[in-house]
Design a protein around this ligand. Structure first.
Ligand SMILES: [Zn+2]
Length: 450
């Protein structure tokens, strides 16, 4: 009987979802086909969409008005996607806030909604999005959910975060029933809540778990500490929203005896890339976005090299989002093909926030992690912090150790220049402690340029 109820619910859920998402099913079909095109075919498709959205921006959006005089050149025959984009400025969150009205396309005929960026690194940014962008975003998410084994009708546990995503209680209950989907607020868990989730896991047997990487890791770590043995093997686990470290992945996969499909995206633009069953990089949704990895001069870096990620949305005509500075450092994979057969290019990795990087004097992004190797080379230094406020210069805050001398100061300069370039200006300030007063956390590297 219990099995029958489960089956009926699954069938109802599938029908309900298919009905609710009927508008996007043709787009989903389109995207499902796109993923198996060759790299060249995807590049051509992307170029057509890119050229179209850039034209809409130049012809209608006041912010890009000044590019009208160059229009013939920007959209000339034979120009590459990179060359086209090179004519456009990078769009930072600050630029969007300061120029909000002039970035809107007044002639957009589609239904428009407001969306906001996550606020973890400052003031949330308001963006306008049209129905086409939303539909493509949803379809791309469903496409990659399927890579992890999700299907219309699948039961899902979500370990989610922002309270903004949580609906009212009753609505939540209805959603649970209709979508066979439990959403757990991943903030402020205590042991009793974790136990309740653990018991529900056994009862409901979710086919898919979608989670903030850190929240799921916290769950696994806590149940293990409580001595609670694994009680369910899902079909697939999707992690997103924050960095998934290798050690977290290992522990989650071992506990659930199930592979993790890591994903990268953001609230304001939706899904950007997702792992396939090969778990060797994340396929970029290149049929709905154009992803660039650039250096300090906004020039593309070679595949396999780290740089800042810029995103151009290929579908949003309400407020074209062109070369949007997402705030992360990443690397495009050199590998052009994937064993899974998909032609979508891959992001090899996301290496973290720009704020954790120092830009060297020749424009390379040097990670805080790489710079930690500096520390053993310094003598008589108790603690050190490297802060960058402008290009070509860093402020090094130092807590002196016993026996610190002028020689040690010269050594700091020499060692840092090895990593950050010979032309880097190294300023040194002596402090008594290095705690960040607000959070109480110590950050080794702080980039305040962005
Ligand atoms: Zn693949």
């Amino acid at each position: 009987m219990k099995g029958d109820v489960g089956l009926i619910r699954k069938v109802l859920n599938k029908r309900y979802r298919l009905h609710k998402e009927r508008r996007i099913l043709p787009i989903l079909n389109e995207l499902e086909k796109n993923q198996y095109l060759t790299c060249e075919e995807i590049e051509n498709l992307q170029k057509t969409k890119l050229s179209n959205i850039l034209k809409i921006a130049v012809d209608n959006v006041p912010y890009y008005d000044y590019l009208k005089k160059e229009s013939a050149e920007i959209f000339s025959d034979g120009i590459s996607s990179k060359q086209m984009l090179d004519k456009f400025p990078v769009l930072t969150k600050k630029i969007i806030i300061d120029n909000y009205k002039s970035l809107i396309n007044p002639r957009c005929q589609n239904k428009v909604i407001k969306n906001y960026s996550g606020g973890s690194t400052g003031k949330p940014v308001k963006l306008l999005q049209d129905s086409v962008m939303r539909d493509y975003g949803l379809a791309a998410t469903i496409r990659s959910d399927r890579w992890a084994g999700w299907e219309f009708g699948s039961s899902v546990f979500k370990f989610w975060g922002a309270s903004r995503d949580q609906s009212a209680h009753l609505k939540e209950k209805a959603k649970r029933f209709l979508f066979n989907e439990y959403v757990f607020d991943a903030f402020g868990w205590d042991k009793d809540t974790i136990k309740t989730i653990y018991k529900l896991m056994k009862k409901e047997k979710p086919e898919i778990i979608i989670a903030y990487a850190s929240a799921l890791y916290f769950y696994v770590d806590t149940v293990k500490q409580m001595g609670l043995k694994p009680n369910h093997v899902p079909k697939g686990i999707i992690t997103s929203a924050d960095m998934l470290y290798d050690w977290q992945r290992k522990e989650i996969e071992e506990y659930f005896n199930c592979k993790v499909f890591n994903r990268y995206g953001c609230r304001e633009l939706g899904l950007i890339s997702c792992e396939c069953k090969e778990h060797n990089g994340m396929h970029i949704s290149s049929d709905r976005i154009y992803l660039e990895v650039v250096d300090d001069n906004n020039q593309p870096v070679p595949d396999g090299c780290a740089g800042r990620i810029l995103i151009t949305d290929l579908t949003n005509t309400a407020m074209p989002i062109i070369r949007y500075e997402i705030g992360d450092i990443g690397t495009i994979s050199k590998q052009r093909t994937c064993k899974c057969g998909r032609g979508l290019p891959k992001l090899e990795s996301i290496q973290g926030r720009i704020t954790d990087y120092i830009v060297s004097s020749d424009g390379k992004y040097v990670s805080g992690t790489a710079l930690t190797t500096v520390v053993p080379q310094l003598n008589n230094v108790q603690q050190i912090q490297i802060i960058q406020k402008e290009k070509g210069k860093v402020l090094t805050k130092v807590v002196k150790g016993a026996n610190y001398s002028k020689q040690d100061e010269l050594n700091i300069e020499t060692v840092l220049k090895k990593y950050l370039g010979i032309d880097m200006i190294i300023e040194i300030e002596y402090v008594s402690s290095l705690l960040n007063e607000k959070s109480g956390k110590y950050r080794f590297v702080v980039n305040e340029m962005c």
